[in-house]
Design a protein around this ligand. Sequence first.
Ligand code: CTP
Ligand code: MG
Length: 390
Amino acid sequence: MAHAALVVAAGKGERAGGTVPKQFADLGGRPLLRWSLEAFAAHPAIGPICVVADPAHADLVRAVAGDIAVTLAPGGATRTASVRAGMTALAPAAPETVLIHDAARPGLTAPIIDALLAELRAADGAAPGLPVVDALKRTDGGAIVDDAPRAGLVRIQTPQAFRYARFAAALAQAPEDAAFDDDIALARAAGLSTRVVSGDPRLMKVTYPEDFAQARQLLAPGAPPTLPLAGSGYDAHRFGPGDHVTLCGVAIPHTHGLVGHSDADAAWHALTDALLGAIGAGDIGDHFPPTDPRWRGAPSGVFLRHAADLVAQAGARIVNVDVTVICERPRVKPHREAMRAATAELLGLPLARVSVKATTTEGMGFTGREEGLAAQASVSILAPESPDVR
Ligand code: CTP
Ligand code: MG
């Protein structure tokens, strides 16, 4: 069942000012709303996208969405009312999950979506949060009257993800004119279990005029990522009927083929898992379930490209990759340079940063008995520093 996105864009943007409500204002060449729509549309797990907006802005929303398919719902007087309208519009799609997101937060990334979806395995709702670093005080007309402990406090962002049916039931329970600070508050009022995942400074909400400059700076490619991370991956496939195996996208003639749901390219599968591992984004099966008929016979370059895209969306860059194929036959060495070249081209890396090696297990084990072959991969990447809230 699909995961739906619900983007609320029906506010007046009074604090931000400007000639159009902030969600339609430009940020680095794209309207604010467009940033979130692109992030949702680019994520393979996200299905229907609903935008809640003032009906007077329907044409504007369609123009901003352009090639991205969205359904429109009419905005309400409060954010909660707008969320209610979007939930109603999504009901016919009966999604498993809904990710409710402020159009005013342009810095949505795929890893945030992944983390939220993963967290819903353990809870009814999940939201990104960042630790509070400043000391907190209660004030009364300029006088500081109390110290507020900040231990355990987080600043909550959006998207806020919920099991759709549970959240719909919570909404139905809330008074028609209820106005909650956020959707987690509404869910909690109905007794739903909610959890926090690590947020992202880039998910800041554009509220005041000066926030546009800060958001532009945060979202501009520029500041080089500095946090070194590593990932490793492993995969094995059984030999079956066929006349070639595919390794690193290269067809290698052999007395057998490899059995698998996709093209069974164990080398690129291992590499895909290594990249996903480096950014903590689960494994290849999470992104491309073997039960999904779309991936039957799929070229594994699709998987690898997706993982590389996620790395890029996380603001990280690949430093180098190293793949080892483990088999007695076919002999890999004659194809090694072609495998390196195909991998380097797909990842946009110089050849020197891509290594492909092969080894046998001297007749031992399943590879030794030539029941199948295995591959392992390791990668290193440089990622942006991001605080962890747990
Ligand atoms: N929103 C909405 N419907 C409302 C109020 C807000 O869909 N009745 C949306 C806004 O468009 C925004 C998000 O909720 O994407 C967060 O709200 P906020 O930042 O307060 O935006 P505005 O209400 O537009 O701004 P302001 O309060 O300054 O007028
Ligand atoms: Mg508001």
